[in-house]
Design a binder for this molecule. Structure first.
Ligand code: ADP
Length: 189
């Protein structure tokens, strides 16, 4: 199994790069944001529970997120591996992911953090907001997402760094360059 965590702030390009990577390495893309959004649009019980938090740019509680993630992974018992996009976003999520994969005799093979500066992130999301229809892409909500990132999510980096699993890739480069850089890192796992 090849399990990759793609890490980075909102607008860093995780979704775009995940789509390319899963084709090349035949992995399953697990984007917790996409899964939550599907629940919201299908008005499932979970969707109704999380829609307000998401629209405000706040994180969904760990217990809900972790059980949803595990369910999603378990739907794919024959997978060659996974690209986790938007997960883990807190240290407890990172710990649970390690335990969960360990129970399956597997592990996180590597974590790649896409580095993009704040000015560029704000610009990209303002552009995306024109077509995304995502309430949380609104400028005010985006500030909340960025502050959630710097308060809670950033601490996931030292967690993986201590395990020697973290590599940073410059996410300011053109999409193709970032993709090439990501592949070089993955090929070195
Ligand atoms: P972004 O484009 O900002 O990276 P996502 O599409 O990954 O955002 O996630 C959108 C929203 O979904 C988050 O702001 C949060 O409310 C919720 N969410 C997604 N993943 C998680 C997670 N791992 N833990 C808690 N909440 C999450």
């Amino acid at each position: 199994m090849l399990n990759l965590v793609l890490f980075g702030p909102p607008g860093a390009g995780k979704g775009t790069q995940s789509e390319n990577l899963i084709k090349k390495y035949q992995l399953i893309h697990v984007s917790t944001g996409d899964i939550f959004r599907a629940h919201v649009s299908n008005e499932t019980e979970l969707g109704l529970m999380v829609s307000k938090l998401m629209a405000e740019g706040e994180l969904v509680p760990d217990a809900i997120t972790i059980s949803m993630l595990e369910e999603e992974v378990d739907k794919n018992p024959d997978a060659k591996g996974f690209v986790f996009d938007g997960f883990p976003r807190t240290v407890p999520q990172a710990r649970e992911l390690d335990l969960f994969l360990e129970r399956k005799g597997s592990k996180v093979d590597g974590v790649i953090a896409l580095d993009v500066d704040q000015t560029e992130l704000t610009k990209r999301i303002a552009e995306r907001h024109k077509t995304s229809g995502r309430p949380d892409d609104d400028a005010h909500k985006l500030q909340k997402r960025i502050s959630e990132y710097f308060e809670k999510t950033i601490h996931v980096l030292p967690y993986y760094e201590e395990q020697g699993k973290l590599t940073k890739v410059n996410g300011m480069n053109p999409i193709e360059t970032v993709y090439t850089d990501l592949c070089a890192v993955i090929d070195s796992f």
